[in-house]
Write a protein that binds this ligand. Structure first.
Ligand SMILES: NC(=O)c1ccc[n+]([C@@H]2O[C@H](COP(=O)([O-])OP(=O)(O)OC[C@H]3O[C@@H](n4cnc5c(N)ncnc54)[C@H](O)[C@@H]3O)[C@@H](O)[C@H]2O)c1
Length: 437
């Protein structure tokens, strides 16, 4: 099949490369000339494990192309995916649909034969109706069907997720559209990935429901972690004890500094706005957002407490800046409010992240970036693990102790057992566990 992917970011690029890998002919379009030029040179603009190789293989096989010129690719496409960004609209938290609408207008102008337009971007219920209206107004003659095909991949494991999804959701009523989508995903269907056909609006809501539920799990376990600290219980054991119940499941029950990233905060907020627009409310989700915002700010107080409140003019080393490991994505990362709050308290910040430092420079100021964890820890009064990258899981405590001014470790991801750090002479604090000091 011939596929056009409009938007070549974290979702568009991974989806496009994976569809090409299935054997389809894929053209990835983006308005960002620099991004497309880089991709044509074989450079991958984002950090995503395995993506460079996947793109290179499919470029070489002639199944994958990149362009800024949308029209020629849409003209010959069986399916056109919209995978542009839907960030929070400034001021009110609604999803900003301007990129989706613009993409729909551009696509409309180029349609020729029967085409399925599938929205992969995460969009509020009813956006498929908008896209269809935009296209039909511009091109009453076009033989087009607009479907919803939300994407559930996780950054950092995006290729694996795309190729082995828990489910594929397709919001389309018309058999012709379903046929095209079935053909596109056939390789996965053969792997027995369940394909869920629903109405367009239902598909749109499934995506928000899933993200809001996952965010709720995280916010929930974080509150239980706070309680653990008060009563002397261990959150990791509590979470395991809860998660072994099949009705609950072990995933997304890891206590930490609060959720961030490009999806959960904005999608939860957008769901709240959608509910309000329709005269109802999702109060649990409202609370989840509020609890998470407070938590992210509260992490700075935790760091301050480990320094007995003396933060001014102290040097704090931050390990991990991205919102999770194996990505360079800094959008809404918990490290941002943490670092800003520590800077406001008068701390000097040193930081290291294996992939996120370039993007971090745009989100943070006054931070000294360092080439590795030990350089980061030099002359630091405290070391804070914010993101659980693999390379932070076996730090040499002896070496850290030698370069640091003050042996204080605050482990916001519970990477270590407290005893190891305490035995190495560190003052140690973590999340939802109590340690002697
Ligand atoms: N990042 C994730 O893990 C993830 C997972 C599932 C769903 N989503 C959703 O997928 C969508 C895309 O997210 P992302 O993280 O890939 O965003 P992104 O910002 O990385 O990529 C969006 C791309 O679209 C391009 N673009 C904007 N307008 C365009 C236009 N008119 N024509 C062509 N290109 C255009 C931008 O230049 C950018 O490169 C969002 O709705 C997001 O919520 C993201």
């Amino acid at each position: 099949m011939r596929v056009t992917m409009v938007g070549s970011g974290y979702v568009g690029l991974v989806s496009g490369a994976c569809f090409a890998d299935f054997g389809h002919q894929v053209i990835c379009v983006d308005t960002d000339q620099a991004k497309i030029d880089a991709l044509k040179r074989g450079e991958i603009p984002i950090y995503e494990p395995g993506l460079a190789e996947l793109v290179a293989n499919n470029l070489a096989a002639g199944r994958l192309q990149f362009t800024t010129d949308l029209a020629p690719s849409v003209r010959q496409a069986d399916a056109v995916f919209i995978a542009v960004g839907t960030p929070s609209r400034r001021g009110d938290g609604h999803a900003d649909l301007s990129y989706v609408h613009a993409a729909a207008r551009e696509i409309a102008g180029a349609l020729s034969e029967f085409t399925v337009v599938a929205t992969k971007s995460t969009v509020p219920v009813g956006t498929g109706d908008d896209v269809e209206r935009i296209i039909r107004e511009a091109r009453p003659d076009a033989d087009v069907m607009v479907v919803s095909n939300p994407e559930f991949l996780r950054e950092g494991a995006a290729i694996q997720d795309f190729k082995h999804p828990d489910r594929i959701v397709i919001g389309a009523n018309e058999p012709r559209a379903r046929e095209v989508m079935t053909e596109l995903y056939r390789p996965l269907y053969l792997n027995a990935a369940p394909m869920l056909f629903t109405s367009r609006r239902t598909a749109e809501l499934i995506k928000y429901g899933a993200n809001a539920f996952l965010a709720t799990k995280i916010a929930f376990i974080n509150e239980i972690a706070d309680l653990c600290e008060k009563v002397g219980a261990n959150i990791q054991e509590v979470a395991r004890g809860i998660g072994l119940d099949n009705r609950i499941g072990p995933k997304f029950l890891h206590a930490g500094p609060g959720f961030g990233g490009s999806c959960f905060p904005k999608d939860a907020l957008a769901l709240i706005k959608t509910a309000q627009d329709h005269g109802t409310s999702v109060r649990i989700v409202e609370t989840v957002i509020a609890v998470n915002d407070v938590r992210k700010r509260g992490m700075a107080r935790k760091v301050a407490a480990a320094l007995d409140g003396a933060v001014r003019n102290r040097t704090i080393a931050i390990l991990g800046l991205t919102f999770k490991p194996n990505t360079d994505d800094m959008r809404d990362s918990p490290s941002i409010p943490l670092i800003s709050a520590l800077q406001e308290m008068g701390a000097r910040i040193r930081a290291y992240d294996p992939a996120g430092m370039e993007q971090a420079r745009q989100a943070l100021s006054g931070v000294t970036y360092t080439p590795d964890p030990y350089a980061c820890a030099e002359r630091a009064d405290a070391l804070v693990i914010v993101t659980e990258w693999e390379q932070f899981r076996a730090l040499d405590f002896h070496r850290l102790g030698q370069v640091m001014s003050n042996k204080v470790l605050i482990d916001l991801r519970n990477v270590y057992r407290g005893e190891e750090a305490l035995a190495a002479g560190f003052r140690y604090d973590s999340v939802g566990r109590v340690h002697p000091h």
